[in-house]
Design a protein around this ligand. Sequence first.
Ligand SMILES: Cc1ncc(COP(=O)(O)O)c(C=O)c1O
Ligand code: FES
Length: 459
Amino acid sequence: MAATAASRLLRRALTPAVARRRFSTAAVAAEAPPSPLPSATGEEEAGMVSMKGVRISGRPLYLDMQATTPVDPRVLDAMLPFYLSRFGNPHSRTHLYGWESESAVETARASVAALVAADPKEIFFTSGATESNNISVKGLMRFHRAHKRHVITTQTEHKCVLDSCRHLQQEGLDVTYLPVRPDGLVDLGHLADAIRPDTGLVSVMAVNNEIGVVQPLEEIGRICREKGVVFHTDAAQALGKIPIDVEKLGIGLMSLSGHKIYGPKGVGALYVRRRPRVRIEPQMNGGGQERGIRSGTVPTPLVVGMGAACEIAMKEMDYDSCRISTLQERLLNGIRAKLDGVVVNGSLEHRYPGNLNLSFAYVEGESLLMGLKEVAVSSGSACTSASLEPSYVLRALGVDEDMAHTSIRFGIGRFTTEAEIDKAIELTVRQVEKLREMSPLYEMVKEGIDIKSIQWAQH
Ligand SMILES: Cc1ncc(COP(=O)(O)O)c(C=O)c1O
Ligand code: FES
């Protein structure tokens, strides 16, 4: 393979230890190959970045790992040959180019399957978790539309599950949107009570993208098995982060994404159980690839990247999980040591530690996010981040509107460093203190006035 700037750069970052040391977000920015974009302005050369009216010195440190993760250099290394010399269509049956691509796709399929204890024949490649969720929810219910008319899901699912359910409602099906407890977890009693003879699907996500809570999957799987209902889980935020065993958890359908596990964007997978077989109606028709479940040329480089990401996750999940837990504790303790009125949204116990969603009392959320431009964080999910409405997930937990407005999701990942966490603590504390200094409410609280007892004038 021709040595490209990227592969030369990557070769230096091949071992996990080296990758970890080198691949802090700051290191990546510093080492990035020359950009093909127009040359830097004088301001950029002076280390300033300015975009969308925001001007900061250097690139912000990245703590938004639920929105997406950087590609692991080892993943990119595995992908590159399939963009360059091995570019064949994996469905070409008549020459080496096709065969080698097909073989790489099958190796990747086996790596994805191994990470969730499935059979490779149960894994179908898609464009991402959004598509896998659409196929699961609509494809299953449309296949069984003659007898099954009811779906159960939760109020805190990702938009693509909720929106797929809304489409089914428009087709005349019933959907129950289960509320969650204040800690974000599903009430198993409510779930069992909601199941009807015509319920075809229970769809409950594994790890919530906004608050990181881990649902009681094994118990949900058991209830579904007992009642003969298919259990679908959106595991986009769970894959490679927590152990998943489709057999043990009683999962019938599962949605996975590449770009949440240090793999490329635009690729995902769908797990479909073979025994007992889960039947679905394809939502994409065409050449019959992926055994008819998902027509369209399989994107070999992306799929190879997803496979490599799964292989790395399989080896390093325990190590990453341990490191990330330590960093989460450092972040929470560091912030709490300096600030009062900091509330963790969602269960801390049943949680993936790479997600720390905090609300800061007595500060205005938008001002907090705007003041924190040197840290790339969000107030919740990426696709609703343009909205000024408080998060529907936090509202479902019963979080007060003002506290829901001040939430920040800190997303910690494989390449996050202690120094980045310390910087995030410093910047967050500074900004919250600054806003509180300007807040009359906070002043009243400091003076011991119970602001809940105040009768505000109505206009
Ligand atoms: C829980 C959850 N489901 C689905 C998705 C969508 O995944 P993709 O970007 O692969 O379509 C995301 C990503 O934001 C997610 O967090
Ligand atoms: S697609 Fe990621 S939060 Fe919406």
